[in-house]
Write a protein that binds this ligand. Structure first.
Ligand code: UT7
Length: 318
């Protein structure tokens, strides 16, 4: 598999830490020093489908495809506008695609899980040109009265158009069977026989320090496995595109590998944590900035609720 085109879609509204400090007991200093986040984008007028459509159209344009060239559309998301139809079907309708479409939920690892699904469809000879979306409207899932959660997240959509090729050299997914540290309940309690759930259960709940430890350990382990599988030294990788959840997590990975900061690009400062959308948007930014050359080795590693991880390595091919 190889990536032929990328795209991104963002809301117009950028929210600064100082704006949060106006209604929460927090400060720009606390948020920046504990997370690295300075701003995040939040949907106001836009729907998630709007962002996903914009990202998808850009990826199609960059790949030189029309919607009719797609054999399959996969969307990674935990925040589609509808439970059904899927976000993938909503975007397929807008794009005028005539191919199967479905959603994947692996939380922040969703983009890597969707890549693996796409690769499997290709390997089985069931699809050749696949559009992958990774799109999140985290602002509707956070409790805006909870200073420990709402400053962390942002909204955004990323997209990649993938086709057959030899760029993807390594893929490893995990699910640790540990769902307690990070979760959000689906709606329930609608029948007359079941009481309503308390409001606080409807938002993201996270044990921050537990997730932090899992993230640091899993990135170290998964990067080590990927490098060993391909007989690579840490410095052989040109870019480490890590899930953007906390600048301190990325910095810890960088220090363990003893590498320079330019190998660990970040966008969390501007975007916050966009869950599954973080890595494809970062990839799109790197390509637009001309930071990826033919033959470059890119390692992507994500972790998220489940707890899930997804790690893959590309030898860039255009
Ligand atoms: O993609 C999803 C995966 N999520 C993550 O990877 C998140 C991983 N975890 C983290 O990034 C960090 O644990 C957090 C950023 C969530 C929290 O940072 P921390 O350094 O672990 O802080 P803490 O939870 O230990 O809280 C320290 C203090 C507490 O006050 P007390 O109890 O010591 O008085 C918190 O109430 O900081 C307080 N606090 C805040 N203060 C000001 C928590 N959030 C805020 C805030 N502003 N926004």
């Amino acid at each position: 598999m190889k990536i032929l085109g990328t795209g991104a879609g963002l809301p117009a509204r950028r929210v600064y830490n100082s704006e949060l400090a106006a209604f929460l007991d927090t400060s720009d200093e606390w948020i920046v020093s504990h997370t690295g986040i300075q701003t995040r984008y939040v949907c106001v007028e836009e729907s998630l489908t709007d962002l996903a459509e914009a990202a998808g159209r850009q990826a199609l344009r960059n790949a030189g495809w029309t919607a009719k060239d797609m054999d399959l559309l996969i969307a990674a998301t935990i925040s589609g506008d509808y439970i059904t139809p899927s976000l993938a079907c909503r975007v397929a309708e807008r794009l005028g695609a005539v191919c199967p479409a479905f959603d994947v939920n692996a939380a922040c690892s969703g983009f890597i899980y969707a890549l693996e699904a796409a690769d499997a469809f290709m390997a089985a000879g069931k699809a050749e040109n696949i559009l992958i979306l990774a799109c999140e409207e985290m602002s509707k899932h956070v409790d805006w009265t909870d200073r420990s959660i709402c400053p962390l997240f942002g909204d955004g959509a990323g997209a990649v158009a993938v086709s057959c090729g030899g760029a993807l050299r390594y893929m490893h997914l995990t699910a640790a069977g540990n769902t307690a540290p990070l979760k959000m309940r689906a709606p329930r309690g609608n029948s007359p026989f079941q009481p309503d759930v308390p409001q606080e259960d409807k938002f993201i709940r996270m044990s921050g320090q537990e997730v932090f430890k899992f993230a640091v350990q899993s990135i170290e382990k998964e990067v080590g496995l990927a490098l060993a599988a391909l007989s690579l030294a840490p410095e052989d990788v040109h870019l480490y595109l890590l899930h953007q959840a906390n600048l301190r997590i990325i910095e810890s990975a960088r220090q363990k590998l003893k590498l320079s900061a330019d190998k660990f690009p970040t966008n969390i400062e501007r975007h916050g944590n966009m869950s599954s959308a973080a890595i494809p948007i970062l990839l799109n930014e790197m390509l637009e900035a001309g930071k990826v050359a033919e033959g470059d080795i890119l390692l992507m590693s994500a972790f998220g609720a489940g707890m899930t991880t997804g790690t893959c390595v590309w030898y860039w091919e255009s």
